[in-house]
Design a protein. Sequence first.
Length: 430
Amino acid sequence: MPRILICTVDTWNSKLSASSSNTFSALFSQYDAQDVANIYIREELPDSKVCSRYFQISEQRVIKSLFNPKIKTGKEVFAAEKMTESELSSLEKSKELYGKNRAKRSYFKLFVREAIWLLGKWRSKELDAFLESFSPEIIVFSMEGYIHFNRICRYVIKKTGARSIGYFWDDNFTYKQLKNNFGYMALRFFQRKSLKKLSKCTDKFWAISPKTKKEADEFFGIDSVLLTKPADMPEKFSPESVSNGTLKLVYTGNLAIGRKSTIIAVSKALDRLNEKTPLMELFVYTPTELLPEELKELGKYVHIQPPVPMEEVAAVQKKADILLFLEDIDGPMSKKARLSFSTKITDYLKSGRCILALGNPDTAPMEYFKQTDSALCITQKEKIEETLRLISEHPDLLTEYAEKAYKCGKENHNGEKIRETVRETVNSLV
């Protein structure tokens, strides 16, 4: 087996919902952990056993290096068998910090961050020693919008002389997400330059969805391999009885990037639907803190719950009649997920439940749900009540679409087939 070094923004920790952690752990689970290492740039500790060695470049220490060049900014860390209370507290604070930064996006702060990484000392003898010690043959990384992360990937490729694979799973290179926003346009200009420089020293590419592949291939002049997220599906579809009483809708995840407005629209539709008899209610398990005025907009049929640990999410989803997939439909952030492919999609497909997807039609998830007919799709807020009423009047739709979701997962996200594609790409470079 070749030695593989995977560069990620987030650490590989099962307590986090980061897509990079989930996706790469699933893709490389067939490899011997001794042949897999990871470099990451967050303040968290890993707990995944898919990887044997971890190197952390601390953003906080990179900031401090501006004033103290002798400070160590990188160190090798080890997967925790069980995290201490202080480590768990630190993990929660880190999640909260980066969550708030994503929710309140300041382009001025993002430029400041890039300037800090440009001037700070992240290149170190500790990093070089780690690279020399592990001596990777293949380097894998996501094609990110973080300019400093792309710079680190270029450095690692040059330092090791290893072959490389870049993974496109988000829209970090087009101007289609936002319009008439100077901060966004200015940052995107430099993101595109950064990704083009990285692509020139990258040997192979993966793309997470057909839409992502099409646009990445056109912009970078490449021929990427379609590699979606694996889902280890049950052998058979097992239909479960639908609730005899009020149908239970469930959403698990954050309410950032415009999802709050979609939840409010669903709430208003539920109020109208349940005017005479309670037919449906929605349970939202989220780490996102809603403002008092936002909570007031939610009717009595929407129940905001604390987030559940990742290992308990599947059990919560199994108790639902309908799983809600949410994105901003028509607000300023409605194109944010246009080339993304959420971890939630594969989780939903293997849950054996009906999926109700709400979002902008010009996004990869909504296009995928529509093309595979694996979910009931709503792309206009005006259609929410109509669709909910249709479901309440025809409960057989729940079993029908649960089975369609299962078939989609079985046909398109077979874990072994996807991991075989990983092996083929890796072996072609050795």
